[in-house]
Design a protein around this ligand. Structure first.
Ligand SMILES: C[S@@+](CC[C@H](N)C(=O)[O-])C[C@H]1O[C@@H](n2cnc3c(N)ncnc32)[C@H](O)[C@@H]1O
Ligand code: SF4
Ligand code: SF4
Length: 335
């Protein structure tokens, strides 16, 4: 995975440290639309949605000036459904290079032109969902032809050499046996890989969680295999401690200590603040501190270990070390 240049790394870490002390979020996830091109089995989005109240590109500047995050995720729904996505990114990105900006997408609508335009506008990392290393991906996402499209466009754009594409595989009971094969696919396509973990909270469906001893064994075997594949290029993007915490999340059916609302938060397509994408208590931008008081300080929810949590539930020194050693410029060795 491409490392952030030293000067930019220092700015990100500087702002992150300031936000940590000031009690402002480090990461903000903008869900720029609720609509989606897919109908994934594990997700509550899917299909067309009412879009008339969506924030306009220029509105994002006000959120950035108030929240001042050092990392932004642009997500949805399916963010590539917004024809004005490049303009949104331009309003999120500052001249200083901040924030580090990740586009989380299913890539059904990705083209070379859009990839290059989004890079030029300021996307640092393209996170591409892939649940299976073959056409079972189409069945799970209810989008015929999606896997074929990805197997064409991902290696093609990976070959441009920017090293900013990361496959994002959400581990479920359906694909737990494919952990190693998904890593093989990332390698074959010349891109990076990040695992995340299924949460029952999004849809209430228990079927895709790992419940049996056999499923947990398969998970551990798959992740053991992945640990052996790490090398100095950082192409397995999760840190070892995050993959260890993923094993514990499934084994213990949850991970306590969530800082949603404080260390990270979601801005909905129509401009409300939410603690996370699966907690629907909504606040106005001006009421962020009230969200921390009312929600975060008493939050006992432990029902996910999605990547936004896995970055941020750690202590500040651990977080800094993992990012400094694994992600930003001054890499020494894996934490
Ligand atoms: C909600 S989607 C939005 C962006 C885009 N549509 C996509 O699929 O990448 C973001 C990520 O959430 C994951 N996701 C969906 N449902 C989930 C669940 N129940 N638990 C954990 N992750 C989930 C998806 O696999 C995807 O990688
Ligand atoms: S996971 Fe992404 S692609 Fe699938 S339905 Fe949800 S928002 Fe759409
Ligand atoms: S654990 Fe935290 S981030 Fe996850 S669903 Fe619960 S409140 Fe949201």
């Amino acid at each position: 995975m491409r490392k952030v240049p030293l000067s930019e790394s220092l700015r990100i870490i500087g702002r992150g440290s300031g936000n940590w002390v000031a009690g402002r979020p480090l990461v903000v996830s903008f869900e720029v639309t609720d609509a989606c091109t897919c109908y994934c089995k594990h997700c509550d989005h899917g299909g067309p949605k009412e879009e008339s109240r969506n924030l306009k590109p220029a509105d994002y500047r006000r959120y950035m000036e108030t929240l001042r995050p050092c990392v932004v995720q642009v997500s949805g729904g399916e963010p590539l459904m917004r024809p004005d996505l490049v303009e949104i990114i331009r309003n999120i990105k500052l001249d200083s290079g901040l924030p580090y900006t990740i586009l989380v997408s299913n890539w059904s609508e990705m083209t070379e032109e859009r990839y290059l335009a989004l890079r030029a506008a300021g996307i640092n990392q393209f996170s591409v969902s892939l649940d299976f290393p073959d056409a079972r991906h189409d069945d799970f996402r209810v989008y015929p032809g999606l896997y074929d499209h990805l197997s064409y466009i991902v290696p093609k754009l990976g070959a441009l050499g920017h090293d900013d594409i990361v496959l994002n595989s959400c581990i479920t009971s359906e694909n737990v046996g494919e952990i190693g094969a998904l890593a093989g696919k990332a390698k074959a396509w010349g891109v990076n890989l990040c695992y995340s973990a299924y949460s029952m909270r999004r849809t209430g469906c228990r079927d895709y969680f790992l419940h049996t001893a056999e499923q947990l064994e398969t998970l551990n075997r798959g992740l053991d295999e992945v640990e052996k594949l790490r090398d100095s290029t950082n192409w397995i993007v999760n840190s070892p401690s995050t993959l260890q915490a993923t094993r514990e999340y499934f084994k213990n059916v949850g991970t306590p200590g969530c800082k949603a609302g404080l260390r990270f938060l979601v801005v909905t397509a129509d401009g409300w603040l939410q603690p996370c994408s699966m907690q629907f208590k909504r606040y106005r931008l001006e009421d962020r501190e009230r969200m921390v008081e009312e929600f975060t300080k008493t939050n006992a929810c432990d029902e996910c270990y999605v990547s936004i949590r896995s970055y941020l539930d750690k202590s500040f020194p651990q977080l800094l070390w993992e990012n400094v050693s694994g992600f930003f410029s001054f890499k020494t060795s894996q934490a």
